[in-house]
Design a protein around this ligand. Structure first.
Ligand SMILES: Nc1ncnc2c1ncn2[C@@H]1O[C@H](COP(=O)(O)OP(=O)(O)OP(=O)(O)O)[C@@H](O)[C@H]1O
Length: 218
């Protein structure tokens, strides 16, 4: 098993008291598996994704990656886990505006000491970015920007990709094409995917689906 959330709870203090977002959530994801997470707005999908990626810590419960509880790692070890083991793709493509496509693609892999020029070239080819490598993000369409973000997430060959509404900013046809590419590349690398989506149509294309409601998974 690659990723396991065991009885994870998370709440936030708010003006009106404590908001219990996740109430004892458990899930397991194997290497190479893809899982769609659906749920109403505000149900805690992004919160769960952030916990799985070590971007935040749970109040209770264990988050095991390769058997190790990342919720118990120190800040430096957690940062290293994020750089090496996880690739993130968000709805807002989050490219670095001052870097061209080639440097955006390699950015995270370089940070994690995992840059591999041949693999990055191959990703650029598979994602149809070869002719765009010297352009800057503002010179790209939304679909092109998201293809760069996917390449950047995969460049360091992380074992887990976490995607939060990755096609939410794209029209349906472009979004479908981008998702197809992402799934094909995941199949090639063997990485697992945990993807948040509002769309049951997109969720149906992944291996498994879970629905978050009232802080619990069904
Ligand atoms: N840092 C925070 N402090 C206080 N409340 C928060 C914080 N982050 C999230 N929340 C609240 O927790 C709940 C879950 O938020 P989350 O972003 O995980 O939901 P979501 O299912 O991803 O929603 P959406 O589909 O709208 O993106 C929401 O009610 C949100 O307002």
């Amino acid at each position: 098993m690659l990723l396991e959330l065991a009885d994870v709870s998370k709440s936030y203090p708010t003006g009106e008291g404590i908001l219990h977002v996740l109430r004892g959530v458990s899930l397991a994801l194997d290497a190479g598996e893809s899982l769609a997470l659906t749920g109403e707005s505000g149900s805690g999908k992004s919160t769960l994704l952030h916990l799985a990626g070590g971007l935040d810590r749970p109040d209770q419960g264990a988050i095991r990656f390769g058997g190790q509880d990342i919720a118990r790692l120190g800040d430096r070890e957690l940062a290293s886990f994020r750089r090496v083991s996880v690739g993130l793709v968000f709805q807002q493509f989050n490219l670095i505006p001052s870097l061209d496509v080639g440097h955006n693609l390699a950015f995270q892999a370089r940070l994690g000491g995992r840059h591999d020029a041949d693999w990055t070239d191959r990703l650029a080819e598979r994602l149809g970015l070869v002719k765009l490598l010297e352009r800057y993000p503002e010179q790209l369409s939304g679909g092109q920007q998201q293809r760069v973000a996917i390449g950047r997430a995969l460049a360091g060959r992380p074992q887990l990709i976490l995607a939060d509404e990755p096609t939410g900013n794209l029209d349906e046809a472009t979004g479908d094409a981008v998702l197809d590419l992402m799934l094909a590349l995941l199949a090639e690398t063997g990485a697992a995917l945990l993807m948040v989506t509002h769309s049951t149509r997109l969720a149906a294309r992944l291996g498994r689906r879970l629905h978050l409601t009232a802080g619990r998974l069904t």
